[in-house]
Design a protein around this ligand. Structure first.
Ligand code: CMC
Length: 452
């Protein structure tokens, strides 16, 4: 372990149960038996009310059915609020626009974990504590060398992050707040090192150690691009752009990977194992893997003239092709993160002297055509956070296969804050969904000879 584990004020938010909306109930009636049941309606701080169905099964003998959780709240949370209709994203009440413009990533990480923005001494202390956990155990060299050089960085991330639990036994007790805090800091601190080393390993270059005099985003770029052969100065513009991108990806309430982390954690699994599960869930192209898929799609389109053909395919029910980087389960308006992304995108291209970026041209034209198309208008499909991020990453020299690893590194903050919130919740139970069984009912066993 690097640095000393210290106690830092990371308060678990006092648990206040959601309010019951003044005697509002929802009544369900069985039209065959005429029996009816009432369920209380709970009111959050803002956003839709929820029907409290915790006693649904014991009272009705039925389950609810909601594949994909399109209408189901799985927990109450104080961390992130999204109004998908209006395109609003708040972390601990602060608009994402303000956080991306006025904070660095470390301040946002502190906010996620503690509920409040840090004052200057809290900020200094937090940055120090994160910095001093950024090294990996030396034996990880052996671990990396067990992977093929062409292994996908997300495969390496799943493996290495899960393996942290085999190295840091002194912080695995989830019932001990000090252990939880040290593990949280370790995960946030080590993730840039783990991701950068996955990249270095694919190149066959020596691993670059973290530097304690650099900020979080700057240190990540340093570990990605420095070599021992020459001095390397991280461009402040690129570091600032990376910092903004990390903020934009830091948390997004109960999405697939966050829910995976919570579900894994609900069984009492250690935080390193839970975050490894989150990384696996993020990898899919419908989720964090979309940033990689966008670049692949833009390259496949290759030329603005081919855009109508791809838009036509995206609208064809018989073609599985979708416009990657478009659409969102919650946003039925422009994803505010995609809007903010245009600033770092232009800053990076300008800093790197890239006057013409053919992929950016294709992306902008694709967005224009799609946003004027009835299909996308009717279904409220807008660019999401992944639509432009890949273009920035590629301009920075980051290979396409690393894109989702970057998302994972940023999202670790949100995952760990959500995991902390869940563990601190006295109402927390193991997550155990039920099902609508549609298979065979009990039948007579057939011996091998009887089977035709
Ligand atoms: N291109 C074409 N049609 C689409 C698209 C798209 N990108 N997205 C949704 N649709 C259509 C879909 O076919 C469906 O049509 P219909 O009602 O006729 O069956 C309708 O829009 C609703 O789509 P859905 O799949 O039921 O919606 P969902 O909420 O389950 O899925 C989504 C959301 C993000 C998985 C989906 O929009 C998608 O696959 N987008 C492309 C992948 C992507 O960009 N993912 C990144 C999401 S943002 C970052 C993150 O969460 O990690």
């Amino acid at each position: 372990m690097q640095g000393k584990a210290r106690t830092v004020a990371m308060t678990t938010q006092p648990k206040t149960a959601p309010k019951t909306k003044r005697s509002k109930t929802v009544t369900l009636k069985d039209n065959q038996t005429d029996q009816s049941w009432s369920f209380p309606v709970l009111e959050g701080a803002t956003g839709p009310d929820v029907v409290d169905i915790r006693k649904f099964y014991s009272e009705t003998g039925m389950f609810t059915y909601d594949p994909g959780f399109t209408s189901t709240g799985s927990c109450d949370s104080k961390i992130t609020y999204i109004d998908g209709g209006k395109g609003i994203l708040l972390h601990r009440g602060y608009p994402i626009e303000d956080l991306a413009e006025k904070c660095n990533f470390e301040e946002v990480a502190y906010l996620m974990l503690n509920g409040e923005l840090p004052n200057s001494s809290q900020k200094r202390q937090f940055e120090h504590d994160i910095t001093y956990h950024s090294m990996l155990h030396e034996q990880f060299h052996n671990f990396y060398s067990g992977f093929r050089r062409d292994g996908h960085p997300m495969a390496i991330m799943c493996g290495v992050v899960g393996a942290l639990s085999a190295f840091y036994h002194d912080s695995l007790d989830i019932n001990n707040p000090e252990h939880r805090m040290v593990s949280s800091y370790r995960l946030i601190a080590k993730m840039p090192t783990i991701a950068a080393w996955a990249f270095k390993y694919s190149l066959g270059q020596p691993f670059i150690y973290p530097r304690n005099d650099l900020g979080y985003a700057e240190n990540f770029l340093h570990m990605m691009f420095a070599t021992p052969c020459e001095s390397y100065k991280v461009s402040p513009t690129l570091a600032k752009a990376m910092d903004r991108i990390l903020i934009l990806h830091a948390d997004h309430e109960q999405n697939a990977s966050t829910s995976t982390v919570r579900l894994a954690g609900s069984s009492g699994a250690n935080p390193f194992a839970c975050i490894a599960a989150g990384i696996a869930s993020l990898w899919g192209p419908a989720h964090g893997g979309a940033n990689e898929a966008v670049l692949t799609m833009l390259n496949e389109i290759g030329n603005k003239n081919h855009i109508p053909e791809f838009v036509k395919r995206a609208k064809d029910k018989d073609d599985p092709f979708r416009l990657m980087g478009f659409g969102h389960r919650v946003y039925k308006n422009y994803d505010p993160r995609a809007r903010i992304m245009s600033r770092p995108c232009h800053e990076v291209l300008e800093e790197l002297g890239i006057k013409n970026n053919p992929l950016l041209d294709i992306a902008m034209e694709l967005e224009r055509i799609a946003l004027e198309d009835d299909y996308f208008i009717e279904k409220k499909l807008y660019p999401n956070v992944d639509f432009y991020s890949g273009i920035i990453f590629q301009a920075m020299g980051i290979p396409v296969t690393m894109f989702t690893a970057l998302f994972a590194l940023a999202r670790t903050t949100g995952w760990i804050a959500q995991w902390q919130e869940m563990i601190g919740d006295p109402l927390q139970k193991i997550g155990r969904p039920r099902q609508l069984y549609t298979g065979e009912t009990k039948r007579k066993f057939l011996t091998l000879e009887q089977r035709t």
